[in-house]
Design a protein around this ligand. Structure first.
Ligand code: NAP
Length: 295
C-alpha cells in the first residue's frame, strides 16, 4: 500500500520506519525537512508539501503535537486537504481533545475522504516494533478499512466509538500514567533515606498492587535516573506530559468538571520544566521530586 506519514517527530519517524519494514511504499513530509533524512535513508520518498504527500498516496497518517499543528498541516494552500483526496483514508493519531478530531473529520468528509482517529499508547520502542495500543474512533465501516494498517502498528487496537471517542479514551489512559511519575517520585522521597539499591526498589514496587506496567517496561531507566545516571534519550518528555495534562484539564473543564490531581501534577511538572527538566524523559521525573527532597 502507498502510505503517507505527515509529521516526523519521535512517533511519526518510528511509525514511518515500521511501515517501511512491513513492506509499504512510504512517502513522508515534515515541517523541519532535516527530520526526513533518516526516513529517506530507510527507503521513504519525501514530499515537499503536505498536499503533494496527500496526492501521492492512498492513506495518510498524521501524528502531530497538538490542535494548532493539525490545523497547520491539514489546512491552507499546501495543506493535506488542498490535494484531490476524494476516496482517500486519513488516520489521525495525535493526542488532542475530541473536538479537534470531530471538527477535522467534518473537513475531511467535505473533501470526499474518510477520517479514522487512532491515538496510541506506547512510545518509540513499541512504535518501531508495531506494539502500540490504539484507541480508535470512527464508524465500524471506516474502522474496518483502517484496521489492517493499524494492526501493523499496534499490538492491540480497539474501536471505542464514533470520532472523538478515541481522543477521550487516550486522554483518560494517559492520566494515571502522568500522575504515576509524580506519585513514584513522592514515594521514593519517603524511603530514599534508607539508601536502598534503586534497581531493587523499582523491582519491588513493580511487584506490588500499586506498581503499574510501565515500571516493568521502563523500570531500568527509572532506576538509572534515580542514581543520576544517563538513562538514554527522551522518548516521551516532561513537556509532552505537560501538554497532555493541559489537554486533559481543558477537556474536563469543557465538560463542566475539574481534575484536581491532574491540575496539581501539571503544576509540579511546570515547575520541573522551569528548572530545566522539560526535555527529560518521563522515566526521569520521579528523580525530580526526590532530588528536591534530598536538597
Ligand atoms: P514530537 O517529537 O515533538 O513531534 C511533533 C511533530 O509535530 C513534529 O513532526 C513537528 O514538526 C510537528 N509539528 C508541531 N507543530 C507543528 C506545526 N505548527 N506545523 C507543522 N508541524 C508541526 O512529538 P511526538 O512525541 O512524536 O508526539 C506526537 C503526538 O503523538 C503528540 O500528540 C503526542 O502527545 C502523541 N504521542 C506521543 C508519544 C511519545 O511517546 N512520544 C506516545 C503516544 C502519543 P517539526 O519537526 O517541524 O517541529
Amino acid at each position: 500500500m502507498k502510505v503517507g506519514v505527515a509529521g516526523l517527530g519521535r512517533m511519526g519517524s518510528a511509525i514511518g520506519k515500521r511501515l517501511i519494514e512491513v513492506g509499504h511504499e512510504v512517502v513522508v513530509w515534515n515541517r523541519n525537512q532535516e527530520k526526513t533524512r533518516p526516513l529517506a535513508t530507510a527507503g521513504a520518498a519525501v514530499a515537499s508539501t503536505p498536499s503533494e504527500l496527500a496526492g501521492r498516496v492512498e492513506t495518510i497518517i498524521t501524528i502531530l503535537t497538538d490542535t494548532a499543528a493539525i490545523a497547520s498541516v491539514y489546512e491552507g494552500g499546501s495543506g493535506l486537504l488542498a490535494a484531490t483526496v476524494s476516496g482517500k483514508l486519513f488516520v489521525e493519531m495525535s493526542t488532542v481533545q475530541p473536538e479537534t478530531e470531530i471538527a477535522l473529520a467534518r473537513k475531511v468528509k467535505a473533501k470526499g475522504a474518510t477520517l479514522v482517529e487512532c491515538p496510541v499508547g506506547g512510545t518509540v520502542g513499541p512504535a518501531l516494533s508495531g506494539k502500540l495500543l490504539g484507541v480508535a474512533g470512527g464508524t465500524p465501516e471506516d474502522f474496518a478499512r483502517a484496521k489492517p494498517l493499524l494492526e501493523q502498528m499496534c499490538r492491540r487496537v480497539d474501536l471505542v466509538g464514533p470520532i472523538g471517542s478515541g481522543a477521550s479514551m487516550k486522554l483518560a489512559i494517559n492520566l494515571p500514567l502522568a500522575t504515576f511519575w509524580q506519585s513514584f517520585g513522592e514515594a521514593f522521597a519517603l524511603c530514599c533515606h534508607l539508601n536502598l539499591d534503586p534497581a531493587w526498589l523499582v523491582e519491588l514496587f513493580a511487584d506490588t498492587s500499586g506498581g503499574p506496567n510501565v515500571l516493568r517496561a521502563r523500570g531500568g531507566a527509572v532506576a538509572l535516573a534515580l542514581q543520576d545516571k544517563d538513562s538514554g534519550s527522551a522518548t516521551f518528555d516532561c513537556d509532552s506530559i505537560r501538554k497532555d495534562l493541559r489537554t486533559m484539564v481543558a477537556e474536563a473543564k469543557s465538560r463542566g468538571f475539574a481534575l484536581p490531581l491532574a491540575e496539581r501534577t501539571l503544576a509540579v511538572y511546570d515547575q520541573a520544566s522551569q528548572e530545566g527538566w522539560g526535555s527529560k524523559d518521563c522515566t526521569e521525573l520521579p528523580a525530580f521530586w526526590s532530588s528536591r527532597h534530598k536538597a
